[in-house]
Design a protein around this ligand. Structure first.
Ligand code: ADP
Ligand code: 5GP
Length: 193
């Protein structure tokens, strides 16, 4: 993004955290409770049974992803758990240009790229109350194969450590009660604006 486009970036809100911690639930609740839109990422991962194209993700082939990346159409991108994910630049640019808030549910590598381009973005890292509860939530979602769940749970501790060390996040929020979590995030966003 050109430097002239970065003047007003306080409305870019990043939500990251380990798998199953409640990121999607939080993002959708924030979009309902704030004048904010959800940034629909592109991904090479297959849709889960409960997901919809253009609402949860835009599902693309690896070739299409490569074209978007090489064409400069992505604000940031990363390989996460063996699939590619990226944030379409245009929607973020439009929201920022028009002073609207936009919520990016992205991983730590993506957050680091956003931070470089948009230092004023507000970044939250969501933590589980404990690892047993995180496992219970992933299982309750019932959308991933056992090996996928195990792979994602195994990465959680490292991700939390990496998030701490990255210096990328403004706030670490434990998602215990969902209503409290959403209220807390809304207050922190309001305080920063
Ligand atoms: P993520 O996007 O981080 O992978 P999800 O938002 O899909 O996680 O949440 C995983 C599961 O946990 C879902 O079934 C969701 O309804 C549930 N969940 C989310 N937040 C909470 C919470 N605070 N307490 C209990 N269950 C939760
Ligand atoms: P899931 O497959 O569970 O939807 O997401 C897996 C991981 O990819 C999560 O950590 C999520 O935050 C991350 N992710 C989703 N979209 C993007 C994106 O556009 N960019 C980056 N960098 N990560 C993303």
């Amino acid at each position: 993004m050109a430097s002239g486009d970065t003047e007003r970036t306080g409305n870019v809100i990043v939500i990251s955290g380990p798998s199953g911690v409640g990121k999607s639930t939080i993002c959708h609740r924030l979009c309902d409770g704030l004048p904010a839109e959800f940034s629909v990422s592109v991904t090479t991962r297959k849709a889960r049974p409960n997901e919809q194209h253009d609402r949860d993700y835009r599902y693309v082939t690896p070739e299409q992803f490569g074209q978007l990346k090489d064409g400069g159409d992505l604000l940031e991108w990363a390989e996460v758990y063996g699939h590619f994910y990226g944030t379409p630049l245009r929607a973020v640019k439009e929201a920022v240009g028009e002073g609207r808030a936009i919520i990016l549910e992205i991983d730590i590598k993506g957050c680091m790229q956003v931070r470089q381009k948009m230092p004023e973005a507000i970044a939250f890292f969501i933590l589980p109350p404990n690892s047993e509860e995180q496992a219970r939530r992933i299982l309750s979602r019932n959308t991933d194969a056992k090996d996928v769940i195990e792979q994602r749970l195994a990465k959680a501790d490292g991700e939390i450590r990496f998030a701490n060390e990255s210096g990328c996040y403004d706030y670490f929020v434990v998602n215990d009660d969902i209503d409290d979590t959403v209220e807390q995030i809304k207050k922190l966003i309001a305080a920063k604006n």
